[in-house]
Ligand binder design. Structure first.
Ligand code: UDP
Length: 233
């Protein structure tokens, strides 16, 4: 049976734990799950940079021009990529780190041929550097890379357990949505992903599942139950 190919989008916050800014606990746990799923699932990862810098938040606080702030954000994802690669390799998982921003001392430049080779060699691909362009997000990048690896699905691992009608942290009456179409997600402007990511996924009929990556056995649950998490399709 062919392995399911998954593009896993991880927020940079997976490098933290409650009030500790840096902890490898979550990542090491995820690496263990990825190893256990290896016979049935091939996962590639798009890593965010939110633990270090988000263009829209820290950039704004510093009064930076958006284009500069986003460049800092993209470089933050490369630092996370290096840390991910180190931890994966340390735990016996062979990886290929790609960066959309040319940075040959630390990562391979993104190239379709090299992506195909890494997939054929059953390496865990780590995509850093975002799309390489400001004004995009790592969510849009996740859709883009999912198409480049011909993924069956995108799994967006975040800190909440799915899609809500409103931000559940600010609105106690927010309702959890189990399944929604891309068109509805766009119409309702559901903030869990940006509109570019939704519309790109819609155009290419790419199924997305959103779940809490910090919950125990999150990847196992996603692998075993095709309806685990909130679904956009
Ligand atoms: N970013 C960008 N272009 C991209 C991807 C990311 O400019 O294609 C910047 C953007 O400023 C973003 C930051 O990189 O805030 C870090 O990514 P993100 O906020 O998505 O990280 P996450 O929340 O997933 O940790």
């Amino acid at each position: 049976m062919a392995k399911k190919r998954i593009l896993l989008k991880l927020t940079g916050e997976v490098f933290g734990k409650q009030h500790e800014p840096f902890s490898a606990d979550t990542i090491v746990n995820l690496i263990g799950q990825i190893k256990e799923l290896k016979s049935t699932h091939q996962l590639s990862i798009v890593i965010g940079g939110g633990n270090f810098f988000r263009g829209s938040k820290q950039g704004k606080e510093l009064g930076l021009a958006t284009k500069s702030a986003h460049q800092v954000g993209m470089l933050a994802t490369i630092m996370n990529g290096i840390m991910l690669q180190d931890l994966f390799e340390k735990h016996g998982v062979s990886t290929e780190l790609f960066s959309a921003i040319s940075c040959p001392q630390v990562a391979k430049v993104i190239n379709q041929q090299a992506i195909n080779t890494a997939l054929d060699e059953s390496k865990t691909i780590l995509f850093a550097g975002g799309t390489g362009s400001p004004f995009f997000t790592t969510d849009t990048n996740a859709v883009l890379r999912s198409l480049q690896i011909s993924a069956d699905e995108i799994w967006k691992g975040t800190s909440i357990d799915g899609i809500y009608t409103k931000d559940p942290a600010k609105n106690p009456d927010a309702q959890r949505i189990e399944k929604i179409t891309y068109a509805e997600a766009i119409k309702q402007r559901l903030g869990i992903m940006d509109l570019t990511a939704y519309s790109m996924a819609q155009q290419h009929k790419q199924r997305i599942r959103i779940f809490n990556i910090f919950a125990p056995n999150a990847l196992h649950n996603a692998a075993q139950d095709s309806n685990f998490g909130s679904i956009i399709e």
